[in-house]
Design a binder for this molecule. Sequence first.
Ligand SMILES: [Zn+2]
Ligand SMILES: [Zn+2]
Length: 212
Amino acid sequence: MTTWGCARCREPKTPDLACMDCKVVFYCSARCRDEDVSHKDMCYPSVQFEASASITSELFRTPQVQESEARQLVAAGVATGNPRVVSAREVRIDPRNFVTTRLRLDPRKRTSLSFRPDADIRYQISTGALQGTWQVPSQLNILDLLEGIDMFVLIAPGPRMLASLESRRARAQGTPVRDLQAPDLDLIRYAQSIRREEEGDAILYIVEWYPN
Ligand SMILES: [Zn+2]
Ligand SMILES: [Zn+2]
């Protein structure tokens, strides 16, 4: 498995020395962590996928789904031959309380993500560091992520969803509306306190597979 080194000096990282805010960037030492000022602009606090108060996901493992997903991977040119699909997962979010979420990929499998093209979200892939550039879903959107690589996918609310959550927070707390580029720790705390009321909108399919 490719594990990425310290985000500052590239020496081997210490697995429990992550940036305390985003938890997707790792360091060799507390010193590198504290002195990495260049990361501050690209640090996006997030909640773990499994701990998000906004997300519900449904896992499909039936042979029918596996076969149809395998055909789609081949048709899209992502896989050749007979890929073996392990699981397909549909991810739903409640747009009222969705904040930046980090999904750790299983490096033993290949993962393909398809975002719903019109979903008001943004994403970026972290392989040891963050690029600071958000991608938006597009029409041709099977994103193929390789196996054997240690990575996170960060998924954040898009501009409309973020603005509406921030104005909701400002009303609830009686404070001014801030112009945020991404949810900060305070907005994440507020959003996580809002109970999910409904199933929400499907935004993403995650397919895990092995090439053949
Ligand atoms: Zn270091
Ligand atoms: Zn960070």
